[in-house]
Design a binder for this molecule. Structure first.
Ligand code: ADP
Length: 187
């Protein structure tokens, strides 16, 4: 029975994160979602908001727990008595950074194993920053994030805009109203 941690920023949690979490919950005895406390990163959601959203969205996964951590991933692993770090792998572009992190963590702690999970194809182009950007520009993100996250984004950034309507001018020359001669004033 192996325990795992799933570290990340989760600003905010998306359906892609949830896809990875549901897979991990089936594979491991316990999964601890660890929200990184990174003072250098400017996040849209505060730490407590991110924790609350993740808790709300993972109620259906009884072996998933949520907490925060400041410091090295390998120290976090030991604190939770876990052996595995879970990360999501969406595209080749993720690989280089993830490869470096996994090797460095292994160097810092030879007992640290990193397991990569691939989400369903529909989530491979999804990340939190794209969600924040779409929401900030007034687009709808209901397909990409859980309901609670969408509501919180709306509260912070405003409601999505109605689709922009293009006004097509009528064919041919628009007829101008006929000029009427000003009537001479009767004296
Ligand atoms: P970080 O700042 O650590 O990258 P994120 O919240 O962006 O934090 O991501 C946490 C983890 O979740 C990373 O392993 C990332 O690859 C993974 N992840 C993020 N979005 C998705 C997605 N749409 N599908 C699969 N994995 C994802």
């Amino acid at each position: 029975m192996v325990k795992a941690i799933y570290p990340g920023t989760f600003d905010p949690i998306t359906n892609g994160h949830l896809d990875i979490l549901s897979r991990a919950a089936l594979l491991f005895e316990e999964v601890q979602v660890v929200v990184a406390v990174n003072v250098r990163k400017n996040t849209l959601f505060s730490l407590s908001e991110r924790l609350e959203l993740i808790r709300d969205c993972t109620l259906h996964l009884p072996n998933v727990h949520v907490s925060s951590f400041e410091g090295l991933t390998v120290d976090c692993l030991r604190r939770f008595g876990a052996e595995v770090v879970i990360r999501g792998l969406r595209a080749v572009s993720d690989f280089e950074y993830e490869f470096q992190m996994a090797l460095m963590n292994k160097k810092l702690d030879p007992g640290c194993e990193t397991v990569y999970l691939m989400p369903s194809e529909q989530y491979t182009y999804l990340n939190s920053s794209v969600i924040r950007e779409i929401a900030a520009l007034g687009g709808s993100v209901s397909e990409f994030v859980p309901h609670a996250v969408e509501a919180k984004l709306r509260k912070k950034l405003g409601a999505p805009h109605a689709p922009i309507q293009t006004v097509v001018p009528p064919k041919g020359r628009a007829k101008l109203p006929k000029k009427t001669k000003p009537r001479a004033k009767k004296s």
